[in-house]
Design a protein around this ligand. Structure first.
Ligand SMILES: Cc1cc2nc3c(=O)[nH]c(=O)nc-3n(C[C@H](O)[C@H](O)[C@H](O)COP(=O)(O)OP(=O)(O)OC[C@H]3O[C@@H](n4cnc5c(N)ncnc54)[C@H](O)[C@@H]3O)c2cc1C
Length: 517
């Protein structure tokens, strides 16, 4: 009888989704997580007695989560109160401001007022292109197992050939944006979507313009904080019988006769299983964090290929002088210089800054004298090097405050403020240097080089934002679902092989395709 037990290492989004779906398919699932609760990067930080979102704040692709909850016999709406945002985000360059809206006509009107009629035409063309790219790649790439360029072409088929030949993979996003937007501020605004997967608009392919379509299709606000999504996924898993073990770091993946057969906790306890899904960064497996026997299962990621990290201030604060929306971005004047510094492993002298005012409505209503803010500045993923000295941390904080003050925003952060640095992220996600999105999506081939759901060790699967199809909460969820699909398919073909190999069977078929997918 095949062993139907599965151990999931990590309760990040990918691990939670994989666990819930596996349990819904009747598997006996145990999640072992190093931290004290679910979420991984999708977490809240206790700041002065309040829970402040310390990770993702922009919730997109709600429909995907509805699919996942439904597949597990649940409903997203039963777990979370979610509203759609009419204002997607506010953007500021000194005194100039531009809001983008869920309603395309409202965005066009705002862009027209901001930069004129040509900019509106450019925006319309850009929007259509971002939609085309997303729709071309949604099924064959994002929702499909890891693939290569030839198989992708095959999946897209004859009808998809025109799109396949025009995936914009050989042009940088920045260059492509120059054709839509003469106004440098708009080029910068739409180039920023590259950072949603921790990449530079100067180095990633124009294909990633599709991220703009994801956001334009809907941004959702989770009442109480986005971290609640992690608890909702945990509850979904529990309802299907998943066991969660927190404060239980895994020290090794057990491999016997070339197959993953369970895990060894740091405490020494062994948990046997028929398969293991690893939601920790695949770089940690390659670095030997799960033992020598598993090391060859994934490929290492060279530090130069890492995606961005971040400095994240989670604070109770008073904000004056600028009308923050729920999501506001304060841009620097010199995007090329900012990304050149990051590429050289340094913090930008004058950074662009993202502020999430999580107590406010999408357009900035509900402002209070004491409100919860999350503030992000991009940083290089050098968290495995020397920690930032206090003087450097103070310099970063001053640079951030100065950057927002150019638009008139005066922030007073309470002493309880928590700053999370790349070194802190590296502790949360070992072997990454604090890279928040796996390898950077730089160059045309990067998306094809990402770790797939299957590893080189049969029975060991990867799931999460560093695995195919990519980073961000929805992509990590897709990755969790793909890991489950691969695992179930492999188990089914193993059973068929076993049946065929039984006395009286006639054919011997291969059990798994362990190296790809
Ligand atoms: C500041 C910030 C802002 C972001 N903003 C957004 C946003 O607005 N929208 C969006 O969609 N995405 C955003 N992201 C990205 C998003 O959070 C991630 O892509 C996603 O949450 C990654 O999920 P994951 O499945 O890879 O798991 P992770 O979050 O990486 O979690 C992995 C888990 O594995 C556990 N683990 C690791 N090693 C071990 C071990 N040895 N034993 C046991 N457990 C282990 C870790 O403790 C962790 O809980 C943001 C991320 C950050 C940090």
């Amino acid at each position: 009888m095949p062993d139907e037990r599965v151990v999931v290492i990590g309760a990040g989004v990918g691990g939670l989704v994989a666990a819930a779906l596996l349990a819904a398919h009747g598997r006996d699932v145990t999640v072992v997580e190093a931290c004290g609760g679910p979420g991984g990067k999708l977490r809240a930080i206790d700041v002065g007695g309040m829970r402040v979102d310390g990770g993702p704040t922009v919730f997109t692709m709600r429909g995907l989560f509805e699919e996942i909850f439904a597949a597990c016999g649940g409903s997203l709406d039963d777990h979370l109160a979610i509203r759609s945002a009419a204002t997607l985000a506010r953007h500021a360059w000194g005194d100039a401001r531009l809001d983008l809206h869920a309603d395309p006509a409202a965005s066009e009107a705002a862009i027209g007022d901001f930069a004129g009629a040509d900019a509106v035409r450019g925006y319309r063309a850009f929007r259509a292109e971002a939609k085309r790219l997303f729709e071309a790649l949604d099924r064959p790439f994002l929702r499909g197992t890891k693939t290569d360029p030839i198989t992708l072409g095959w999946r897209m088929g004859a009808r998809g050939l025109p799109d396949y030949l025009n995936l914009r993979a050989y042009t940088s996003m920045w260059r492509a944006l120059g054709r839509y937007f003469a106004d440098p501020r708009l080029r910068q605004l739409f180039g920023r979507y590259a950072t949603y997967c921790g990449s530079s608009p100067f180095a990633c392919p124009a294909t990633l313009m599709l991220i703009a379509h994801v956001e334009a299709s809907g941004v959702w606000l989770v009442e109480g904080g986005m971290y609640r999504l992690a608890f909702a996924l945990e509850a979904l898993g529990r309802a299907n019988g998943v066991r969660f073990r927190y404060d239980a770091p895994v020290a090794g993946i057990l491999v016997e006769h070339g197959r993953a057969t369970g895990v060894r906790l740091a405490s020494g306890e062994r948990i046997a299983a028929g398969a293991v899904v690893c939601n920790a960064d695949p770089a940690a497996i390659a670095a030997g964090a799960f033992g020598q026997a598993a090391r060859h299962a994934t490929r290492p990621v060279a530090p130069a290929r890492r995606s961005l990290s971040a400095l994240v201030w989670t604070a109770r604060a008073t904000a004056r002088g600028f009308p923050l929306a729920r999501h506001t971005v304060f841009f620097s004047d010199d995007y090329p210089a900012e990304f050149a510094a990051l590429a050289a492993g340094r913090l930008a002298g004058v950074p662009s800054v993202y502020v999430c005012a999580q107590d406010r409505t999408d357009d900035g209503g509900n402002a209070a004298a004491d409100e919860r803010l999350q503030i992000i500045v991009n940083a290089p993923a050098t968290g495995d090097g020397a920690p930032l000295p206090p003087v450097e941390i103070d310099r970063c904080t001053q640079a951030m405050l100065k950057a927002v003050s150019r638009a008139g925003l005066s922030l007073s952060l309470a002493p309880s403020t928590v700053l999370t640095t790349p070194a802190d992220f590296a502790r949360l996600c070992p072997s990454t240097g604090g890279a928040l999105y796996g390898p950077a999506s730089h160059g045309w081939a990067a998306s094809f080089r990402r770790q797939g759901s299957r590893t080189r060790i049969p029975g060991l699967y990867c799931a999460g934002g560093s695995t195919h199809p990519g980073a961000g909460v929805p992509m990590a969820a897709l990755s969790g679902r793909l890991a489950v699909e691969c695992l179930l398919r492999d188990r089914a073909s193993t059973s068929a092989w076993t049946r065929a190999a039984m006395p009286g069977g006639t054919s011997m078929r291969p059990a798994t395709t362990a190296a790809t997918g």
